[in-house]
Design a protein. Structure first.
Length: 118
């Protein structure tokens, strides 16, 4: 069983920065795709960014140029550096670990709140 523990959320003013971290247990981190998702009140959960085991990354259009996802396979940790934060970035941010091949698996963290004040 994989456990994901997020940290780094908080309250920040618009234009500020935060760095989220997600530490994973187990031995499948390096072969998995790591993603960050977010869910704002009354909205569906949406993909923010992901990083494959090969190092490819992808971002939602709304965060391109402001957020950066990175991973440290030696530490089983994925990060999300968030700069130039906007009030619309306010949400609970979730870390996800999922398989890239069979067998399929997907694990979620408990979420961390990010609040951006205007």
């Amino acid at each position: 069983q994989v456990q994901l523990v997020e940290s780094g959320g908080g309250l920040v003013q618009a234009g500020g920065s935060l760095r989220l971290s997600c530490a994973a247990s187990g031995s499948i981190f390096s072969i998995s795709t790591m993603g960050w998702y977010r869910q704002a009140p009354g909205k569906q959960r949406e993909l923010v960014a992901y990083s494959t085991s090969a190092g490819s990354t992808n971002y939602a259009d709304s965060v391109k140029g402001r957020f950066t996802i990175s991973r440290d396979n030696a530490k089983n940790t994925v990060y999300l550096q968030m700069n130039s934060l906007k009030p619309e970035d306010t949400a609970v941010y979730y870390c996800n670990l999922q398989s890239q091949t069979l067998p399929r698996y997907s694990y979620w963290g408990q979420g961390t709140q990010v609040t951006v004040s205007s």
